[in-house]
Design a protein around this ligand. Structure first.
Ligand SMILES: [Zn+2]
Ligand SMILES: [Zn+2]
Ligand SMILES: [Zn+2]
Length: 247
């Protein structure tokens, strides 16, 4: 049944459950219906981010057109990606935009040299490289890489979002079966690549060393990723009970 493949998420403006493909249109109507008229307005981009090879993980964000790529990178790290300070890059129209963290991967660049010229995220405003409808890409960690695909799906005049990014919608966590019993999985055994429920994870001989939590992120199970470090972002996780109804 085709309906099984529909990915649902939560609109944080009104609380409704909406299909991924209808969310951009929903948000445009929902914001104009629910948001009080702002005194000061500026140009905002509505951006959809998703796992490039795991499109069931997705976010809708609103950002000022004058914010930088570094602001967007920082938000993606906070909610989905950050494990140990790896390098990251955007690719927009065949140009790379990098942010050097001077941490784990910095030395590799020193050894292998810079293969391609890259511009700085911190110095690149969104409206200097993006326009409505445009698709672009992000990579986090050049070893165990998490690939994201992004698109500018809307544009409006509206109030400045606090912190330069407003999270408007997010997918409900997909539910996957435990490889041993079929109950909802909570853990990934990274040695085997198999999913486990709580009970079977604790029974596994690899329990002490090989398990990462199955978090709501395209980076689940990669490197040492265990979920967002900021409590405020964990709070914005949609209720998993509702996601079961979407299956
Ligand atoms: Zn809504
Ligand atoms: Zn890492
Ligand atoms: Zn199980």
């Amino acid at each position: 049944m085709a309906a099984r493949n529909v990915s649902y998420g939560k609109c944080f403006v009104c609380g409704k459950r909406v299909a991924k493909s209808g969310m951009a249109r929903h948000l445009q109507q929902c914001l104009s219906a629910h948001e009080p008229e702002a005194k000061r307005k500026e140009r905002l981009f509505l951006i959809r981010a998703e796992g490039r090879y795991a499109p069931g993980y997705w976010l809708y964000l609103e950002m000022p057109a004058r914010a930088t790529l570094a602001d967007l990178d920082g938000f993606l790290r906070d909610i989905w990606l950050e494990c140990c300070g790896h390098l990251s890059a955007f690719e927009i129209d065949d140009v790379r935009y990098k942010l050097d963290t001077d941490m784990v991967d910095g030395m590799w660049e020193g050894i292998f040299g810079r293969s391609r010229r890259a511009l700085a995220m911190e110095e690149t405003r969104l409206d200097s490289v993006l326009q409505l409808g445009q698709t672009f890409y992000h990579e986090y960690d050049f070893g165990t890489t998490t690939h994201l695909k992004l698109q500018v799906v809307g544009e409006r005049e509206g109030p400045h979002p606090r912190g330069n990014v407003r999270l408007l919608a997010r997918n409900y966590a997909p539910i996957y079966p435990c490889s041993q019993c079929g109950a909802p999985a909570k853990w990934i055994n990274v040695y085997e690549g198999e999913l486990y429920c709580q009970e079977h994870a604790e029974e596994s001989e690899d329990w002490e060393e090989a398990f990462l939590p199955l978090v709501n992120s395209p980076r689940a199970g990669e490197c040492g990723y265990t979920g967002p470090s900021r409590r405020s972002l964990a709070f914005e996780e949609p209720d998993p009970v509702l996601s079961a109804q979407g299956q």
